[in-house]
Design a protein around this ligand. Sequence first.
Ligand SMILES: [Zn+2]
Length: 303
Amino acid sequence: MAKSRREIPCPSCTYVGARHGRVIHGYDIYICEECGLAFTYPRPSEEAVAEFYHSLALGEDLYGGQSPTKRAFFELCHREIERYLKSGKVLDFGCGDCCFLNEGDSSMFSLYGADLHPGIEKISHKNRIQFLIGNTLNADIYENYFDVIFTSATYEHFIEPVSMTDKFIKLLKPGGIIFIVSVPSYNSFNIKLHVEDWLINRPPAHINFFTIRSLTKHLVNAGFIIEKSWTYGFNLEPVKRRLKGLSAETSLKSLVESGATAKSGSVKPVGLLHKIAATIYFHFPYLGMGDKLAFVARKPEAR
Ligand SMILES: [Zn+2]
C-alpha cells in the first residue's frame, strides 16, 4: 500500500504535512515531513487521556515502585544536574511517585513536584517536597522561578508539546536548565529490530514518538540552547512480554497496574550492583539507538 500523505499539523514543529507510518493497535501513526516526529493522529482528547490516568488504581508503588535500580538511576540524574548547578529550586514536572525528588539533596536544592495525578500530593508531603498541581501550575505566578526543571517520561504523553515547552521556558529563570529523560526514542534498537511489542508504548498513553533530531528541533524552536543529548537503555520488558505470550489485546490499564503491584513492599537500599546497572543503563554508548532520550538544554540568559 502506498504511504499516504496528509495535510496534518505536526504537534512538535507545527509544519503541515505528514506521511502515514504505521498502525499500532488500531491507532494511525504519522511521520512529520519536516522534523521526523512520529505521532498519533487523530489526537486523543484531553478528557480521554485524563480519564485513562484517573482510572488507574495506583498506590505508593505506582509506576513500577521505587526499585533500587530506579533510585540509582535518579541519583545519576541528580549528579548530572549538579554539573550545572549546586543550589536553587528544582521542579520535577510529572513527579509521579516522587522517586526522583526523594533522591534529591534538600540541603542543596529546594525541591518541588508537579503532577496531574491528585493522589501524588499525599505522598509528596511526607518528604519535604513542595507539591504543585500539574495542570494549575501557573506560569504567570511562577515565571522565572525555577533554576532546574526535570521531567521524566512526559513528552511522549503531551497532546500539545509546544504549549508545554513554552510553559517550561517561562517557568525557568534566565540561564536555567531543563533536563528531560525517559522519553521513548523512535530510532531505538527495540523498534528497529521489531522487538518492541507496543503494549506499554502505545496510544492513548504514548502519542508522540520523538528522536534526537525531532526533540532538538522542538526545543530550539522554543528558544532553548541544547547543552547535550543522548540515547540510553535497552528495555528487555518487550522481549519478556513476547516470551510470556501476552496478548496484543491486554489492556494498558492491567499492564500498568500489574507492573505497579508486583514490586510493592519495603524499600530496599541502593547497592553497588544497582549503581553499576544504572550507570550502564544511562551512560553506555548505545550509538544513538538506545530506547530513551535524554536532553539537557538551557534557557538563554537574555531573551
Ligand atoms: Zn514536525
